[in-house]
Design a protein around this ligand. Structure first.
Ligand SMILES: Cc1ncc(COP(=O)(O)O)c(C=O)c1O
Ligand SMILES: [Zn+2]
Length: 412
């Protein structure tokens, strides 16, 4: 059984009485969950590894859920960890592995967290789950709510491209388009609505949800069979992934399942890089920035208010780093991941590979290092990022001659 040992404020250490209020009553910081792992041993972990259930629920005891009957799963987890030999050769990183989360049920890493988040919602008896998002989180919450039989409400700012909300709508979410700015009016209405209607909050301020991304650590330990990567590079926005992976690795260390943890790297777009800025300036908290437009839309977050400081701490404690790349580097990485490793990742996801490449060029990553880059979202989420020439779609006459001519004009 996954037992919650503590539900507390990591800033002022105050234990919280309510399990459904996610902000500390004393200092308003985001509350944190600590699951009891004291009773677990290496043998238990080895048993979990053998389970026929390949979803993240293999690691049930690590998640804050009391009953297996509450689990809401779409089979998320155990995504491929591929040795990318051709891409690695190109980048000069011979032990380059890609953690392919593009194959998760709704096409992004959000399924790891929402599977846990919606399971807890079911256990706590919520009827409606809400999220404020324009992309991957909206689709994921909507899908898991559908599977759980819980209603979902998604708030987006006016002007959001229909393609961004279609997936959530398809799963049956109620989409509310709000006249206003995402970080201001939409955020204010969202908070007011949570309070007014008692909805279950699926933002990264939900501490249960965040636990789901600890599964990266367990899966990597399993898939590399005890080998620990030297570096794990994660595309970073709110900071949940870095923070949760570090928590997962700490649990495995305390169980004696691994002897050391990898160095964690927060990869950001330079148009929205508050964690990189705070890391470089040696700050203990993240200062918000105004995010500029970037091709890495899914990680365009200027103010990682909930968990930015936790991610920063995880990067430092792991002796890792935080690195930003520009749009040209991101798009080149996206193209190389597709053409040299066969994985179509969205630009935000390819940021991890762009950063690994930059770190290799700088000599921070050495040729023999074992490097894992998390590919966190599918390329079809944002197909317009791929430049396609109109003439590529022009039909040819149905003759071998015309075909031969066309082939001779194809350069790559
Ligand atoms: C594709 C993709 N990658 C990475 C992230 C990073 O999120 P976090 O820093 O919360 O792990 C997100 C979500 O914001 C995302 O949609
Ligand atoms: Zn507090």
């Amino acid at each position: 059984m996954g037992l919650v040992e503590r539900f507390y404020c990591p800033k002022c250490e105050r234990e919280q009485q309510s399990r459904t209020i996610f902000r500390c009553l004393e200092c308003r910081s985001i509350v944190e969950v600590k699951v009891t792992t004291n009773h677990l041993t290496r043998v238990d972990f080895a048993e979990m590894r053998k389970s026929r259930d390949r979803s993240i629920w293999r690691w049930f005891e690590f998640f804050p859920l009391a009953k297996r009957a509450s689990i809401v799963s779409l089979g998320e987890g155990d995504t491929p960890l591929t040795h990318a030999a051709r891409l690695g050769a190109k980048l000069g990183i011979h032990n380059l592995f890609l953690k392919n989360d593009t194959v998760l049920p709704t096409g992004s890493l959000k399924d790891r967290s929402n599977s846990v988040g919606l399971s807890v919602a079911r256990e706590l008896g919520f009827e409606t789950a809400a999220v404020m998002s324009t992309g991957n989180a909206a689709a994921s919450v909507a899908a898991y709510a559908a599977a759980a039989g819980i209603k979902s409400v998604v708030m987006v700012p006016a002007g959001t491209a229909p393609s961004k909300i279609i997936q959530a709508r398809a799963y049956g979410a109620t989409v509310i388009v709000v006249d206003g700015d995402f970080d201001n009016e939409v955020a204010q209405l969202y908070q007011a609505a949570l309070h007014e209607f008692g909805w279950y909050d699926c933002l990264s301020s939900n501490p249960y949800r965040d636990e789901g991304k600890k599964s990266y650590a367990y899966e990597m330990a399993d898939q590399l069979d005890g080998r620990i990567p030297d570096w794990v590079v994660h595309p970073t926005a709110g900071g949940t992934g870095i923070y949760a992976m570090w928590k997962g690795y700490q649990e495995l260390l305390s169980l004696g399942c691994i002897e050391r943890a990898p160095r964690l790297v927060a990869a950001q777009s330079d148009a929205a890089a508050p964690i990189v800025a705070a890391f470089e300036r040696g700050l203990s908290d993240v200062e918000p920035v105004i995010a500029r437009e970037t091709v890495a839309e899914s990680i365009q977050v200027g103010n990682p208010a909930s968990l930015g400081w936790r991610a920063l701490a995880a990067v430092r404690e792991s002796n890792g780093t935080a690195v930003a790349v520009d749009d040209a580097e991101i798009l080149q990485a996206q193209s190389q991941v597709a053409s040299l490793a066969g994985i179509f990742a969205e630009p935000a996801a390819a940021t991890s590979v762009a950063v690994a490449k930059k770190m290799r060029l700088a000599g921070t990553i050495r040729a023999g290092d074992v490097v894992v880059c998390n590919l966190t979202g599918h390329g079809l989420k944002q197909p317009e990022a791929i430049h396609v020439d109109e003439k590529d779609f022009a039909p040819i006459a149905p003759t071998v001659e015309a075909l031969r001519k066309q082939l001779s004009q194809t350069t790559d």
